[in-house]
Design a protein around this ligand. Structure first.
Ligand code: AN7
Length: 358
């Protein structure tokens, strides 16, 4: 019938997983139809590791990263509570997401980013979505301390992952993976920065097991960048450094929760070098056709590191989900700086044919 609304329209993670989320009929849902991202099997990585490798491509969220899952919750709840402004510290993706969702909610958004250390695409997003962008002469950890101090004293809602609604939203990625695979995978590999996402996935997997949707829990495998690996080193890193600017964090807010996810699941948190990150970044793009930002490749870099060390030798054929947290277009400079340059040729058919081998 002509006027019947289509029944299968996807409405975003809050509507899809409403029963697992702290929302009510009164919560105004601010959504960009985030979530429902593909779980892409990787033949190449499966062959290389002897596992069944699945890539959870979170770069396909509306603002290009997994942050949108948490932001739809954080902004909806902020709106419900009557908040007029939100604020976050960010290595880039949180600011892009907060800025977009705040626009949609008609709220003001203030973001604190480390000056010169966020990827170009993310900066463009925050600016384009009209956030008040403050480039701090300091790193993410310093920015987060400022934001915590300001939001605890003034009427501005904090939307970093210290905001519990962020974690609630982000746990839905674990639900989606479980739904597609019919159960939780045996392993889950994930980049770790501020450690909100590993916390969220672990919560999601546990909740699905509690309600009987899953029969098992995965071992959580978290990966930090070697120059920003406080959890691995058991010590705050005062001056974190890595090419993967998204995870250039020296004092993660969810440090304890990440350790709990690791320990309760029987998994581990390890570190990968920038070289290993770039290698996985290129493999994903060039073998699987999946373009991610450098931080996202940490999950695959870590899986490959463990595979080479024999970690999976008694688990051949097991399923592993690797979260690919953000889209490759976020950080065009790293991409362009790490692969071969375009070949500049004259507009001459013969020259071009010669170049391509005819
Ligand atoms: C692509 O945007 O912290 O361990 O301020 O953007 O949950 O922090 C981003 C983090 C991994 C790490 N991959 O996740 C921010 C921010 C990408 C990211 C992480 C981030 P968490």
């Amino acid at each position: 019938m002509v006027n019947q609304p289509p029944k299968l329209i996807y409405k975003g993670i809050i509507e899809r997983f409403r029963e697992y989320l702290p929302v009510t009929d009164k919560t105004p849902i601010v959504s960009l139809l985030e979530g429902h991202t593909p779980l892409i099997p990787s033949e190449y990585l499966s062959e290389k590791t002897g596992l069944k490798v699945y890539l959870k491509y979170e770069g396909l969220n509306p603002t290009g990263s997994f942050k949108d899952r948490g932001m739809t919750m954080a902004i909806s709840k902020a709106k419900e509570e009557g908040s007029k402004a939100v604020m976050c510290a960010s290595t880039g993706n949180t600011s892009a997401s907060a800025a977009a969702y705040a626009c949609r909610a008609g709220m003001k958004c203030i973001v604190l980013i480390p000056d010169g250390k966020i990827a170009l695409g993310k900066l463009a997003q925050a600016m384009m979505h009209n956030a008040d962008v403050i480039a701090l002469k300091g790193n993410f950890d310093e920015a987060l301390n400022m934001v915590k101090s300001i939001t605890s004293q003034y009427p501005i809602t904090l939307v970093n992952s210290l905001n519990p609604y962020r974690i609630e939203g982000q746990k839905t990625a674990a639900f989606e993976i479980s739904y597609v695979l019919g159960d939780a995978p045996e392993f889950h590999a994930i980049p770790v920065g501020n450690a909100g996402n590993i916390t969220a996935y672990w919560k999601g997997y546990k909740e699905y097991k509690q309600v009987g949707k899953n029969t098992q829990l995965p071992k959580m495998l978290g990966f930090q960048a070697e120059g920003a690996a406080p959890i691995v080193r058991k010590k705050i890193v005062e001056k974190p450094e890595t090419i993967a600017t998204a995870i250039r964090i020296g004092n993660p807010a969810s440090w304890k929760q990440a350790e709990a996810a690791r320990d309760e699941s029987g998994g581990l948190i390890d570190m990968v070098t920038d070289e290993e990150i770039l290698n996985a970044y290129k493999l994903l793009a060039q073998k699987d056709g999946v373009f991610v930002e450098p931080a996202s490749a940490a999950s695959v870099a870590g899986m490959l590191k463990l595979s080479e060390a024999g970690y999976f030798k008694n688990a051949q054929g097991a399923r592993i989900a690797c979260t690919l947290t953000g889209h490759g277009l976020k950080d065009p400079n790293i991409a362009i700086g790490n692969v071969k340059e375009p070949t500049v040729l004259d507009a001459d058919l013969k020259v071009i044919l010669k170049h391509i081998g005819f």
